[in-house]
Write a protein that binds this ligand. Structure first.
Ligand code: BT5
Length: 257
């Protein structure tokens, strides 16, 4: 069970995920959250870059030491984090995001949040897990290569109230409080059986066409939902398939395929 959450804040770090890893190696207990105003080497998945400019965004990571959880269950942490961010944005900013499986939150068809879960294995078990979350909050414009598919809390809030602004502290705390609630449900059951219904309610493109971009081939299918391990269930020409790895591009959600 995840009980107390301890917050630390730094003006600038390389990557909050890497700062958590360092502390994990110094025997820090689970529940430590490290947040930063800016990251000089923010990471996305598979070597991609995450933009986290000075004081505009939330960069925050938590240390978990999940006992009795198999290696296969670790990606579920990303699913839980996505649920927590979606709920936090609704509760604190009245923004109604959708979850793009597995690790993005989207608003107005654009990405407002990305999640990166990493782990270190010892004796075939997760020794520790770090879950890092990046949320665009005060960003007004983005680097050219992501401008067409990125949005921020302030941009979205100001559509209905030109003076509205998100609070990074308030959103961060709401994220980790919700995360703790969802995570403890997951730990109790060992799977997503208690959370799946809520996740699917906010799954972007549920019942619609998605493009599965696997390493060798890519194909179109209908997104059906997720299973109790957080894998995406799709229906391709009447055949149900389970997607656990690789990239799924969701046609139309970003305005590009
Ligand atoms: C992610 O990867 O979306 C995971 C991002 C995780 C960031 C957090 S911040 C705290 C912690 N510390 C870290 O170092 N990382 C975590 P992926 O699905 O691979 O998406 C990366 C892609 O998103 C990039 O290739 C860009 O296209 C796009 N991107 C980069 N920065 C963005 C931003 N600020 N907003 C929207 N899209 C962005």
């Amino acid at each position: 069970m995840l009980k107390d959450i301890r917050y630390e804040y730094y003006q600038s770090v390389d990557s909050t995920n890497d700062r958590i890893k360092e502390r994990a190696h110094k025997d820090e207990a689970q529940g430590l959250v490290i947040s930063a105003g800016t990251q000089t080497a923010g990471k996305g998945r598979i070597g991609r870059k995450w933009e986290s400019p000075s004081s505009d965004s939330i960069s925050t990571s938590i240390l978990l030491r999940p006992e009795d959880i198999s290696l296969e269950a670790v990606p579920t942490v990303t699913i839980i984090a996505a649920m927590a961010v979606r709920k936090a944005l609704e509760d604190t900013c009245n923004l109604h995001g959708l979850i793009k499986w597995p690790n993005d939150i989207v608003l107005s068809g654009k990405k407002i949040c990305g999640i990166l879960t990493e782990m270190e294995v010892r004796e075939q078990k997760p020794w520790y897990v770090v879950c890092g979350i990046g949320v665009n909050v005060h960003n007004k414009d983005f680097p050219e290569e992501i401008a067409f598919k990125a949005t921020s809390v302030d941009i979205e809030m100001q559509k209905s109230n030109p003076n509205a602004k998100g609070s990074r502290k308030e959103i961060t705390e709401a994220i980790w409080n919700s995360f703790r609630d969802y995570y403890n449900v997951f730990i109790k059951t060992g799977d997503l059986s208690g959370l799946r219904e809520e996740y699917e309610r906010y799954l972007a493109n549920k019942g619609e066409h998605v493009r599965i971009e696997a390493r060798e081939n890519s194909y179109e299918a209908i997104a059906v939902g997720i299973d109790n391990r957080g894998e995406l269930i799709v229906n391709a020409d009447g055949i149900e398939k389970i997607i656990s790895t690789g990239e799924v591009s969701v046609r139309g959600i970003y305005g590009y395929v």
